[in-house]
Write a protein that binds this ligand. Structure first.
Ligand code: 6CS
Length: 352
């Protein structure tokens, strides 16, 4: 199991940033043996080699290169390669990078409505059902997309990286266990609010700092899909993993809005088709990785983790505390009177 060292990620980031600044990322002419047009794009992710987002971007790049007979060349950047998660959002907005896998959990201060994904127990517990909703939802793929586009970010698809679980330094099986508990979260304010609803004391931070923060007790727990917990070795510095399935980890394939609008029709169609094809690919990839890492964590006798299963009653107790956060979202967070949430709830009910 590899430990992702925060300092190493940052140093790698600085080197890559210099290299990226020296290389041209924009569409450029050249001879590819066809009509002469070549395309060089940058695709940044919030994860590192082997993890779902990075593997997604590599597969996307490979497919685009093949379909275009080598005319499209996409450089994929690991997390840290172009700075922090927030830096990456800014780079997509300015067009420094053309494409990014982005988590709504890092855009909440800007696109308030995108915090819909912080609402726990909203989507079905089944990742497959959730993925189908993400594929078909008009609330997300049309209405929420328009709100992101006001900030030069076009989400072309929404996909699950798996159900999230809680890891902790103590057993978490009822809301009272969260009382004053130091929980690490991403930066979107509604994620913090969701943990405050359980009585916890949430702290936002980048995942590059998380292993050390858990090790030192600066924070006592965190939420993530199982593959990420295992690959980032958080289980080494945590004693318990509650199978809470309290939310799905949703990522977005995003492009710079003006850049995308400026693509010729043939290229835009190729991008759109590849984005659509990748929905099935990434479902299978996250499933495989989450299943494999569950076994890895269970079998890690050097760093034992107690797996905590919740009864229906225990799950219901968390749900009861989480549901009022939806009203807070409608009245205090939403810029459209909760309309995206209300439509999404209708879509979820129709799908279940
Ligand atoms: O916890 C996080 O911040 C990270 N988790 C995942 C699954 N992907 C990237 C993200 O930054």
């Amino acid at each position: 199991m590899r430990k992702k060292n925060g300092l190493a990620v940052l140093i790698l980031g600085l080197i890559s940033l210099v290299l990226a600044a020296c290389g041209g990322g924009e569409e450029s002419s050249g001879d590819n043996g066809g009509d002469g047009q070549t395309y060089n794009w940058k695709f940044v992710t919030e994860e590192v080699e082997g993890q779902v987002q990075y593997e997604y971007a590599q597969e996307f790049a490979k497919r685009m290169n093949e379909k275009s007979d080598g005319a499209v060349n996409i450089d994929v950047y690991e997390f840290g390669g172009l700075g922090s998660e927030t830096n990456q959002v800014e780079q997509l907005q300015s067009g420094t990078v053309e494409m990014a896998v982005m988590s709504p959990g890092f855009t909440g201060n800007m696109v308030k409505e995108g915090q819909i994904f912080a609402l726990q127990f909203l989507f079905p517990e089944s990742v497959e059902k959730t993925q189908n909703i993400l594929n078909d939802s008009e609330a997300l793929n049309t209405d929420l997309r328009e709100l992101y586009e006001e900030h030069s970010i076009s989400p072309l698809s929404f996909w699950s990286e798996g159900a999230m679980q809680w890891t902790a330094s103590k057993e978490i099986s009822e809301p009272a266990d969260f009382e004053n508990f130091k929980m690490r979260t991403q930066t979107s304010p509604l994620i913090l609010k969701s943990y405050e609803a359980y009585g916890a004391d949430p702290t936002p931070m980048s995942w590059s700092e998380l292993y050390t923060a858990l090790d030192r007790g600066t924070v006592e727990g965190q939420e993530n899909p199982i593959f990420f917990i295992g690959d980032a070795s958080f289980n080494e510095v945590q004693d318990y993993m509650t199978m809470s399935n309290h939310n799905n980890y949703v990522a977005m394939t995003t492009v710079n809005t003006d850049w995308y609008a400026g693509l010729d029709e043939e290229m835009k169609t190729m991008v759109d088709e590849t984005v659509t094809e990748m929905q099935d690919w990434v479902f299978e990839e996250q499933k495989k990785q989450n299943e494999e890492y569950l076994e890895t964590i269970k079998n890690d006798t050097e760093n034992p983790t107690e797996i905590v299963e919740l009864s229906d009653e225990q799950r219901e107790a968390f749900k009861e505390k989480a549901e009022p956060v939806r009203d807070f979202y409608r009245s205090e967070v939403s810029t459209v009177d909760g309309k995206v949430l209300d439509k999404l709830i209708e879509e979820i009910n129709a799908a279940e």
